[in-house]
Design a protein around this ligand. Structure first.
Ligand code: ADE
Length: 231
């Protein structure tokens, strides 16, 4: 998979050089490039924003640098069926584990990371003529820009690419994969600061352990995230 991110703060994406995703890149399972939107400006101040038509607070991102950046990444014309352009936005669909699974099968993703009050809407309209477009939010809160949101999504998507995670089983059992939160886990020692591991887990009875874990998943989900159970 190839992922590009367009941003006025490409240095944010250095976080992706670390750990898991660094390994995915080293193994050539994932190619990642961050691009500075200001490289697509032509004035002395490398301007990327302007005031909104109709008035209102704050500044908007101008369309011209975005158009040039997208054309640079996609070529001057044609529709790219194998590419998804994601505009990070608190006004988008909410990113879920299911979204990550969908996107893990895409050949190329381009993240367009807005700042200020957002990007001129015509950039989204133009992008729709060049590739598949999604507006995606990572949650119901407002960040200063889309970079952190894009990093969150890249991490969630990239770890689902086959070969990135050493132990594929850990992907099957984790929170959200089956619509429930993960059960609590314990490691050695069996007793620590007066706190004991639940006895069933040391019993060797696999059926009893499986039942205990399922019950714990349901109990935890009911308690913390009843919305996941439709309650
Ligand atoms: N930009 C600002 N807030 C955001 C959010 N919650 N998700 C994605 N992009 C954003």
């Amino acid at each position: 998979m190839r992922i590009d991110a367009i941003s006025i703060f490409p240095d944010f994406f250095q976080a992706l050089d670390l750990s898991l995703l660094g390994k995915a890149r080293d193994k050539s399972l994932l190619e990642f490039h961050a691009h500075n939107l200001r490289n697509y400006t032509h004035d002395k101040h490398r301007t990327v924003d302007d005031t909104p038509y109709g008035g209102g607070a704050g500044m908007l991102m101008k369309p011209e640098p975005w158009g040039e950046a997208l054309d640079d990444l996609l070529g001057a014309e044609g529709f790219h069926e194998d590419t998804v352009i994601i505009f990070t936005s608190p006004a988008g669909e909410v990113f879920k584990q299911a979204t990550a699974h969908e996107l893990a099968n895409v050949k190329r993703i381009i993240f367009a990371c807005g700042r200020y009050e957002g990007i001129d809407q015509r950039v989204v309209e133009y992008a729709k003529t060049r590739a598949n477009v999604r507006l995606v939010s990572i949650g119901d809160y407002v960040l200063n820009g889309g970079e952190v949101a894009a990093i969150v999504m890249v991490e969630a998507i990239a770890r689902l690419i086959p070969g990135v995670i050493g132990n594929a089983e850990s992907l099957i059992e984790e929170s959200h994969t089956d619509g429930l939160l993960e059960y609590p886990s314990y490691t050695k020692p069996a007793s620590w600061r007066g706190l004991d591991v639940p006895e069933v887990l040391t019993s060797g009875n696999h059926a009893a352990i499986a039942k205990w874990r399922k019950d714990a998943q349901i109990e935890r989900t009911k308690d913390v995230r009843p919305d996941l159970l439709g309650e």
